[in-house]
Design a protein around this ligand. Structure first.
Ligand code: SAM
Ligand code: SF4
Length: 478
């Protein structure tokens, strides 16, 4: 007779903080667990295995993960069998300090080492990598668990070779490692059979994609290959480094029908001296010229950027030059962060001389300016028809994104309620705010095939995710 314990369904809960790369990594972990018979728990306290995916880009993110570890530690008191795993950028090569600091964590694993996690699980057996995972598993990767989503994140390059003086990422994610075009294409093809219609290609610097491969290639070539996948409708990418953005890529975005007209191009500051001390390796003259070429080559392109305020030594005048740049370029979206010293980085050795209050004043000034610019830019779209991929229903309205990555809502037709999930539709913009737009459905361009739509509904997963930097989506991501 089978032991009752053996028949109990095992469940997991993944909590993610940080960037889209962490979201993608969490999807791999979810896939690995599902491959071993685990199902997703609705709540953290109902799970047998809790995975916390951490971010240390800023102190605030680190504080959140420490708080969450404490919360799970309290749950463990009532349920000693609860297995707690910590991954993400908090996990260093040498885990001695982490073990001492967080004895309640059962296993620490680096994001690229999902297999270490599987081997460390309490019911460990040889990891089941699934029919699709063999090639990827050799690289420490696994297929994503994004099946049933309309839009999906695909890591294409891991690590970063830059040495921006404020940034911890290269210390935690290592040197650049690209996946091959065929490996990525195989995964995307597989995901399209599972309902995915849009992919966002991810990397700390996607513009150097393929440069490290034995047969050197680039992002434009990858986009061309993906553009040929029949059931894929949309391709996006994140994040570009201004220094490495090739004209060939800009031309590819303009030429490829499935490439979306949106570029995220972090500038970080509007002052050359600050940019130099950040070791960003470009000048504002170069950056302005790059923006001009992008806008000229890709009609209707929308642009986003990242800004750090209160970098050590940033004077009021230098900050004002950042404000001037934002006013001049008119970005559609700005991700602004207050400088946070990260131990181990070059800038952490410098005096963090801008007070917290001053950093907040600058941050709010950027937010206020951007609110006005965002509203202005979006208002110009009122009356226009936009192509929208419908992702979900939110608070009674259908929600999706335009080709230019703007969030738009439209109301269901109460007389004729249709499920628009996964449809490519045209929406006429009726109202515009700084962060999103409202509109009316005009027509359906392409339908999501019925079986896929059912799959999407059945597999809609609940993942507890808070995106911090560089985020095309706002909060919870399913
Ligand atoms: N690789 C991208 C780039 O070149 O900009 C972005 C990656 S980084 C993880 C995401 C954003 O976090 C950066 O663009 C920067 O604005 C912000 N960031 C990184 N380190 C920071 C720090 N020490 N303090 C405040 N913000 C930081
Ligand atoms: Fe960090 Fe981006 Fe600079 Fe790399 S390029 S060091 S990830 S900010």
């Amino acid at each position: 007779m089978q032991d009752k314990q053996d028949t109990k369904e095992k469940s997991y809960y993944i909590w993610t903080v940080g960037c889209q790369m962490n979201v993608a990594d969490s999807n791999y972990v979810a896939a690995a667990l599902q491959g071993r018979g685990y199902t997703e728990a609705a709540e953290i306290d109902a799970a047998d295995v809790v995975v916390l995916n951490s971010c240390v880009v800023r102190q605030a993110a680190e504080d959140r993960i420490v708080g969450k570890i404490g919360e799970v530690a309290r749950l463990k008191k009532n349920n000693p069998n609860l297995f707690l795993a910590l991954t993400g950028c908090m996990v260093t090569e040498d885990q001695t300090t982490l073990r001492r600091r967080f004895p309640m964590v059962d296993i620490f694993f680096k994001p690229s080492a999902v297999t270490d996690f599987l081997v460390g699980l309490p019911d460990n057996s040889a990891p089941d990598l699934g029919e699709y995972g063999v090639a990827l598993a050799l690289e420490g990767l696994l297929p994503t668990a994004q099946a049933g989503n309309i839009a999906s994140y695909i890591p294409i390059i891991y690590g970063c070779n830059k040495t921006c003086t404020y940034c911890i990422v290269p210390f935690r994610r290592g040197k650049e490692r690209s996946r091959t075009i065929e490996d990525i294409a195989q995964e995307v093809e597989y995901l399209t059979t599972q309902g995915v219609r849009e992919v966002t290609l991810l990397g700390q610097n996607v513009d150097t994609y393929g440069h490290d491969l034995p047969e050197r290639t680039d992002l434009a070539a990858l986009m061309e290959r993906l553009n040929d996948i029949d059931d894929l409708w949309r391709i996006r990418f994140l994040t570009s480094h201004p220094k490495d953005m090739a004209q060939k890529l800009i031309d590819a975005v303009a030429a490829l029908p499935k490439a979306m007209e949106h570029i995220n191009l972090p500038v970080q500051s509007g002052d050359d001296e600050v940019i130099k001390r950040m070791k960003r390796r470009y000048t504002l003259r170069y950056y302005r010229d790059l923006v001009r070429r992008i806008k000229e080559t890709i009609p209707g392109v929308s642009m986003a950027t990242d800004i750090i305020v209160g970098f050590p030594g940033e004077t009021h005048d230098q900050f004002m030059r950042t404000m001037d740049l934002l006013q001049e370029v008119q970005f559609d979206k700005v991700h602004v962060a207050a400088y946070s010293p990260r131990p181990g980085t070059v800038a952490a050795e410098w005096r963090d001389d801008i007070s917290h209050d001053e950093k907040m004043l600058r941050l709010h000034a950027v937010e206020k300016l951007q609110e006005r610019i965002g509203r202005d830019l979006n208002s110009r779209q009122v009356g226009e028809e936009m192509e929208v991929l419908v992702e979900s229903m939110e608070r009674g309205k259908w929600s999706g994104r335009t080709r230019t990555n703007k969030i738009i809502f439209f109301s269901p037709d109460s007389a004729n309620p249709i499920d628009h999930t996964g449809q490519l539709v045209t929406v006429r913009v009726a109202e515009a705010g700084p962060w999103s737009m409202q509109g009316q459905l005009v027509r359906v361009i392409k339908d999501a095939p019925q079986p896929l739509r059912e799959l999407i509904k059945a597999r809609t997963r609940r993942m507890d995710i808070t995106l911090t930097p560089v985020s095309p989506v706002n909060s919870a991501h399913s």
